[in-house]
Design a protein around this ligand. Structure first.
Ligand SMILES: [Zn+2]
Length: 250
C-alpha cells in the first residue's frame, strides 16, 4: 500500500517518526507521498527522504500558509525542483474554507505553481477545500490536468467533469465516518482506477478519534472501510490503488 498524502515531515512526528514508519512498513504500507507546505520545510523533507527511502518528497507552497510565502519563493521552488528529485509539485491549491486567506494571493501562488508543474513535467498535488470549482477553473485556464485532489469532496457533477479530464482523487479518514453519507455516495461514484488513499497525518484524524493525532497506520482503516463500502475485494483495492499511485507519481 502507498499513502498518497501524508505530512511525515511535520514536527508533531519528530519524537516518534522512526517507530511510526516501522509500524506502517511492517503493516504493508511501503511508501509515503509527503508534500512540503512552505519553502522553509524543503531542506528538512529532503533530509528525511534521504534517511527514509519510503518517504517520497514533493515540494510546494500550501495556500494555508500564504502569510509565510514570499513572491521569491516561486523562483526558489523552481530552482529547488531543478536540483532535487520531486514526485510532484505540491501541496498547492486553494482554500476557500478559511475566510481570512486572501483569494487573490492564493491564486497568484497557485497559478505560478501550475506553470512550474508544466515546466518540470510533474503532476500536481492539490488542496481544494471549499474550492473545487475554482481549482478546476485554474487547471482549465492552464490547460493542465495532470493533477490529484487530496482529501477530495466535490459534487458528482464536478467529479464527472474532472474524471473526464483524467484528474485523480484521494480519500482519507473522512470516509470511515459512518455519518458521511454524501461523501460515501461520491466515493462509490468514483471508478476505482481514479482514486488513491491517504491519511493526511498528523491532520484529519477521523471518527471517533477526531481530537487525537492522526498516524500513518490509519491508512489500513481507510482502505478496509473503502473495500467494505464499495464491495470491492480488499486485495484488488490495495493493488489497484498502488498501481494508480505508482503511475501518477512515476
Ligand atoms: Zn496535506
Amino acid at each position: 500500500m502507498i499513502d498518497a498524502h501524508i505530512h511525515l515531515d511535520d514536527k508533531r512526528f519528530d519524537k516518534d517518526r522512526h517507530y511510526l514508519i516501522k509500524q506502517a512498513l511492517d503493516a504493508g504500507i511501503k511508501q509515503f507521498i509527503t508534500p512540503a507546505v512552505t519553502s522553509s520545510g524543503f531542506a528538512k523533507l529532503k533530509e528525511l527522504s534521504n534517511h527514509y527511502p519510503s518517504i517520497i518528497p514533493a515540494y510546494g507552497l500550501h495556500p494555508y500558509f500564504i502569510n509565510q510565502h514570499k513572491k521569491n519563493d516561486i523562483k526558489y521552488l523552481d530552482m529547488w525542483l531543478s536540483a532535487n528529485k520531486s514526485c510532484a509539485v505540491g501541496e498547492c491549491g486553494l482554500d476557500y474554507f478559511l475566510k481570512d486567506l486572501d483569494k487573490d494571493i492564493q491564486q497568484f501562488y497557485f497559478d505560478a505553481q501550475i506553470e512550474l508543474a508544466k515546466k518540470h513535467h510533474l503532476p500536481l498535488i492539490l488542496h481544494a477545500r471549499g474550492a473545487v470549482d475554482a481549482v478546476f477553473c485554474a487547471l482549465k485556464n492552464a490547460n493542465y490536468y495532470n493533477a490529484m485532489i487530496h482529501s477530495y469532496n466535490g459534487s458528482i457533477e464536478q467529479t464527472r467533469q474532472l474524471i473526464d479530464k483524467g484528474v485523480k482523487f484521494s480519500f482519507g479518514g473522512a470516509i470511515y465516518n459512518p455519518n458521511a453519507h454524501k461523501l460515501h455516495k461520491l466515493v462509490k461514484y468514483c471508478p476505482l482506477d481514479s482514486i488513491m488513499f491517504e491519511t493526511d497525518a498528523p491532520d484529519q484524524n477521523s471518527y471517533p478519534d477526531f481530537k487525537l493525532r492522526n498516524e500513518p497506520i490509519n491508512l489500513i482503516k481507510v482502505i478496509n472501510y473503502y473495500s467494505q463500502l464499495t464491495n470491492h475485494n480488499l486485495e484488488q483495492v490495495k493493488s489497484q490503488s498502488s498501481i494508480t499511485c505508482l503511475h501518477f507519481f512515476k
